[in-house]
Design a protein around this ligand. Structure first.
Ligand SMILES: [Zn+2]
Length: 229
């Protein structure tokens, strides 16, 4: 049920939303991150092309045509703080703000479908939301694309893989995704979205599964942050 507008205004007055970086209450017109911290976010400006660092990392693993990333990722950078709060701090609205900043990167070649990397249902239950949902929905809305979170599903839990190298991660994750309704992917431009791109194993596995289900799909990728190494 939609909340009554005065209740949401009231709750905003009593519990103002705070900046995801510095923690100060946000003022009117600011979303998720205050204007001062926005200036400090490490936006990449990487154009959405087939020949950039993000695309090349993915192309080593999977048939991804074009890719981009909104921010550079680094443990001590504000981008990490923003994404940590989005994932673990019950702040799904941060995804909305990031999508608004990312949309201009993609508007020259908008996809037909925006597909989030799925969470395993168990993880989804534990967190209560998929951190990519608001991000993917707003991005799709801005680009005139369809948000489709029912086509790519995760059916096997992947053990935590932060300590593994790219090939172990790839082996771990390959075979954990499957496609529902491959017909909807055929001949379409499919944008896969994820939060942080490090080795590319997760996104690469998702791209491979889509390509296998439908060779005529054109696969794009966009992430909130790119861990360049
Ligand atoms: Zn701030």
């Amino acid at each position: 049920m939609a909340r009554l507008p005065f209740i949401s205004t009231l709750s905003r007055l009593l519990f103002p939303e705070t900046c995801a970086v510095c923690g100060r209450p946000l003022t009117r017109g600011e979303e998720a991150v205050c204007n001062a911290c926005l200036q400090e976010l490490p936006f990449t400006g990487i154009p959405f092309t087939s020949d950039n660092a993000v695309a090349r990392r993915l192309q080593a693993l999977a048939p991804v045509e074009k890719a981009t990333a909104l921010m550079w990722y680094g443990k001590d950078r504000p981008s990490a703080k923003v994404i940590r709060l989005l994932k673990y701090g019950n702040r799904p609205r941060i995804g909305r703000a990031l999508a608004r900043h990312l949309a201009p990167y993609l508007e020259d070649d908008p996809p037909d479908l925006v597909i989030p990397v799925p969470l395993h249902p168990r993880k989804l239950r534990a967190r209560g939301y998929n951190q990519l949902e608001e991000f993917g929905r707003v991005l799709a809305g801005r680009l005139g694309s369809t948000y489709a979170d029912d086509l790519l599903v995760k059916f096997r839990h992947t053990p935590s893989q932060t300590r593994h190298g790219p090939w172990e991660r790839w082996k771990n994750v390959a075979g954990t995704f499957k496609i529902n309704n491959a017909g909807r992917l055929c001949g379409r431009k499919v944008l896969i979205v994820d939060d942080v791109l490090t080795t590319g194993a997760t996104l690469g596995a998702a791209a491979s599964v889509i390509r296998e289900a439908c060779p005529s799909a054109r696969i794009y990728a966009a992430v909130m942050a790119f861990n360049y190494f």
